[in-house]
Ligand binder design. Structure first.
Ligand code: SF4
Ligand code: ZN
Length: 325
């Protein structure tokens, strides 16, 4: 196959984007990723309007060591690393997964050291007294490991973002992740979940928004396809870790992933059009459900003090069930 030339210069193209028809060389490809991420940051109003060097904003970045969060951290550092109005903290969560998380923590430490960025490491074991390897084995609720893990990760990300005084919590979700979640929510007929998925970027109905301690979420990579994130990490030689978690168990997402790859292959642009329609639908759904939650009384969890509509929060219930095995 003949090598194509870059659309913008006469160097060899390193990629072809089916959805846009673009052929780009290494430099122009990386520049186009940077541009999309910066545009997303502007359009989602992530830039601090009233921060000053004396009173900067704090951004906590969820850094797992995988390609997505590594690319996100790199681009944020390139863009805002010298901006005195923004302080960035990389937060890594160690789930207690032998031979998997240890290596990706090394990648996180390497990157944070390179960038001279403050790095914090929080473990399920220290904070919750559980390790995912044991959780997967004990499985008192007969659920997939990821169902426990997701609750724990969200709890710790929010708790520590809050503790560090974060104004924003940024995560590395890419276009494929977002389009898959969108399609899963459609297929499950879960309109409420559609509203929740977007509550962070459009200020939705989720009860957490009523809480002062709720930290707004941002997903600056959500316009960039997974393959392009991987290529970017490779071309920039970033220390990303690629092994898959041995407990990865989201079977439904796996099927959706395959479907999405096929759709994208036959109908380039499918992911983008799903997200465009989804965002509009999410706004409508948010309006529909706004107010529904107003009557819900929120308490502090009896065990850990986090905000919950019950006496004991979901995370504490799960930890308790695991301890009882
Ligand atoms: Fe946790 Fe599942 Fe991710 Fe493994 S794949 S780290 S179990 S959420
Ligand atoms: Zn609790």
């Amino acid at each position: 196959r003949p090598v194509m030339e870059c659309d913008k210069c006469d160097r060899d193209a390193v990629m072809h984007a089916g959805y846009s028809g673009a052929h780009l060389c290494e430099n122009h490809f990386c520049a186009s990723v940077d541009k999309r991420v910066r545009r997303r940051i502007r359009e989602d109003s992530m830039l601090p309007s009233d921060a000053t060097p004396e009173d900067p904003e704090t951004w906590v970045i969820g850094l797992s060591g995988g390609k997505d969060s590594v690319v996100l951290t790199h681009i944020l550092d390139e863009t805002f690393g010298k901006d005195p109005r923004i302080e960035m903290i990389a937060l890594t969560i160690h789930e207690g997964i032998e031979g998997y998380r240890d290596e990706s923590v090394d990648a996180c430490v390497e990157l944070a050291t390179d960038l001279e960025m403050r790095h914090e490491l929080v473990t399920y074991e220290d904070e919750l007294g559980v390790r995912m390897d044991d959780v997967a084995e004990k499985d008192p609720m007969e659920m997939a490991p990821c169902a426990y893990c997701g609750v724990f990760r969200r709890d710790l990300l929010e708790r520590f973002a809050d503790e560090y005084g974060a104004d924003k919590l940024l995560t590395g979700h890419n276009l494929d992740d977002e389009a898959e979640t969108a399609l899963m929510n459609f297929l499950e007929g879960d309109v409420k979940q559609i509203a929740k998925h977007f509550d962070a970027s459009i200020g939705g109905f989720d009860d957490r928004n009523e809480q002062e301690e709720f930290v707004p979420r941002a997903k600056p990579l959500r316009d960039v396809p997974e393959k392009e994130v991987a290529l970017y990490a490779h071309l920039k030689d970033l220390p990303a870790h690629i092994t898959e978690c041995p407990h990865a168990s989201e079977a439904f997402r796996g099927e959706i992933q395959e479907l999405m790859l096929e759709l994208e292959e036959d109908h380039p642009g499918t992911r983008h059009s799903i997200m465009a329609g989804y965002e509009e639908l999410a706004q409508l759904a948010t309006e529909r459900y706004r107010g529904d939650e107003e009557g819900v009384e929120l308490n502090e969890c009896e065990r850990c003090g986090s905000t919950t509509a019950r006496d004991v929060c979901r995370k504490c219930k799960l930890v308790e069930a695991i301890e009882a095995v």
